[in-house]
Design a binder for this molecule. Sequence first.
Ligand code: GCU
Length: 439
Amino acid sequence: FAVSPVNAQKFQANYDESKVPDYELPDPLTTQSGTAVTEASQWPDRRAEIVDLFTQHVFGQMPDDRQVECEIVRRDDQVHQGATVRTELTVTVKPPQSDAGAADGEAESVEIHVLVDVPRSTSGQDDAAPPAVPAFLGLNFQGNHTVTTDPKVRITQSWVRDRRNETTEENRATAAGRGVAASRWPIEMLNQRGYANITAYYGDIDPDFDDGFENGLHGLMPEFIAGLPPEQRPGSIAAWSYGLSCILDAIEMTPDLGIDISKVAVLGHSRLGKTALWAGATDPRFALVVSNDSGCGGAALSRRAIGETVGRINSSFPHWFCDGFEQYNLNENSLPVDSHQLIGLAAPRPIAVGSATEDKWADPVGEFLAARAASPVYELLGLPGLIDNTGNTPLQPPHPDHAYSNGAISYHLRRGGHDLAEHDWRRYLDFADRFLKQD
Ligand code: GCU
């Protein structure tokens, strides 16, 4: 993903707060035609408008329908000394009906391999089915075999980015990668706290390189994509988000897993945090949304043009967004939306935004300001948005290693760098306990 020197210079990163340009955020509660949204009943229409704007100008369009099949491949009830029931699923995604029919050479299906870890219930009556549990669903960066050292977990066969170490070989994963991402996936802790963990490799859904819509889910829908205005063709984030909805379909089709489908949080880190935000926006079934260090194109305000900017991300990762997003390179003020509205699309569902002090590339301050600027949407719906511990709107980000989490929007700032750490998970679990542990 080398950025050409010309572009790197053109889109040089600024880290100086005093150079943040003056900006005005688009109002989530004023319609495109200028009408003030003052009643909760007006929100669904305004919300649809904002979803359309993000679709057209940032992420691109995916089909409204999905065709999904699900098969249980393996079940192991001896994980974590019997405290966890581990299931591997294969989720088969077929071309959507909106793609007028398989053309020659069109891929027939895409397989997403899903790892599901459910806490064994201790509370179920002898014969009665144990109560279904809430869950976190998040994509992983390197394959399901990297989130645990369990030698039975399938090693991904999909394209992987070459890491220049023994965990990959010619863009394929090797057994040396087992467990390398385990610190990001504290599955045992989640299970002990009563949550299931659901994860899948993002490259199963769409490989993370610019392939001209050939592979992954894009390859299933050439006619659909060809029928779109070119600037609205879906980037990889839109495909990964659609994949998250396909996984949720599969969980819904498999009640035996013991997961409460009405209590599934969607979570993601970094580019997959951008993805989690868009999945939460496009699929109202997600009960809670978590963005960890998602930065530019995610929770950080584009208009601040600090750390990674729109121009920079479009030149290093052009395939993540739709081509329409490029109009806003060095031109953020013309973007009809900004990240506070993406956060507000979760409303009234709870949403957590996490940043890290040293992750300046992702603009922790811009993530805080966006979380705060989403509050009016929640207030319109009768809920507190981002509030501090005294119930007021916070003026500053919290101290490092602290959170503002008493409202329906939570923001925390971890000490340290760009990562999904146990500290972050504890914040998300504490927040989720308030919403997903209620009957
Ligand atoms: C790069 C990119 C970020 C992205 C991150 C990641 O740093 O510039 O936008 O969030 O990769 O996904 O790890």
